[in-house]
Design a protein around this ligand. Structure first.
Ligand code: AP5
Ligand code: MG
Length: 219
């Protein structure tokens, strides 16, 4: 089954994915994470996309679909969380075609709704563990022990290059211009459930699990 976690930058897609993964019943595919891994590895793809991502723009749909196809083949038949994908109408159509080959469908689209002015605070306070990628926030979600990752006990933390306020503005603009239409598309197919994502992460996760259980997911 396929869950599309949808929402603007900083709405909590990664945080909610991480919480769902704790049950062991889901696989997580984040196109942002896949792209950042390419950049970190210095691969040909990484070199191509680094500049685009650092300005808050989108790499080509073809490139995104190549990354997604590889992941879909690997995780065929599992309960998959798509985080940050699809993000353009072209990606929606290409995704439908790929899923059709596997006789799969998008089962539900969860739309994480947060006022845009909350996003600046969330994104500018975000940092993550360099070792395992666990995500924290300067105020909302600090590690239990300052300077030590809860998950892997790593002591090095990083901030994303695209989390600076000027770049965030571009990311939000790109979201409004290109990505919101994806939600409208799925809404017409009656697949969208809107969640109030301005609540605390645990409350959002409880609401999310209720919707997923109703849609037939094993939580
Ligand atoms: P991507 O990595 O997908 O970034 P994004 O969509 O901009 O979303 P974020 O990861 O910034 O936010 P999030 O919703 O995951 O929030 P999080 O849980 O971390 O994409 C990055 C870039 O890659 C794009 O700009 C583009 O260039 C490229 N890209 C990726 N996919 C693409 C595609 N399909 N096509 C084309 N290009 C693509 O939370 C944020 C912070 O808030 C954290 O600190 C967290 O602790 C805190 N927080 C979370 N929930 C709450 C809560 N409920 N209350 C208070 N604080 C909270
Ligand atoms: Mg994320």
């Amino acid at each position: 089954m396929i869950l599309v976690l949808f929402g603007p930058p900083g709405s909590g897609k990664g945080t909610q994915s991480e919480m769902l993964l704790q049950s062991g019943n889901f696989v997580h595919i984040s196109t942002g994470d896949l792209l950042r891994a390419e950049v970190a590895s210095g691969s040909e793809i990484g070199l191509k996309v680094k500049e685009i991502m650092s300005q808050g723009g989108f790499p080509s749909d073809d490139l995104i679909m190549t990354l997604v196809q590889g992941q879909l083949d690997t995780h065929k038949g599992k309960q998959i969380i798509f985080d940050g994908f699809p993000r353009t109408l072209n990606q929606v159509l290409a995704f439908d075609a790929l899923l059709g080959v596997q006789r799969e469908n998008v089962s539900i689209v969860i739309n994480l709704q947060v006022d845009l002015d909350q996003l600046v605070d969330r994104v500018s306070g975000r940092f993550s563990c360099k070792g395992c990628g666990a995500v924290y926030h300067d105020r909302n979600k600090r590690p239990l022990q300052d300077g030590v990752c809860d998950r892997c006990q790593g002591t090095e933390f990083i901030r994303r290059a695209d989390d600076q306020p000027e770049v965030l503005k571009n990311r939000v603009r790109t979201y409004l211009d290109q990505t919101q239409a994806v939600c409208d598309f799925y809404r017409q197919k009656d697949l969208v459930v809107d969640l109030d994502a301005s609540k605390d992460p645990v409350s959002v996760n409880n609401d999310l699990k209720i919707s997923l259980a109703q849609a037939g997911f094993k939580i």
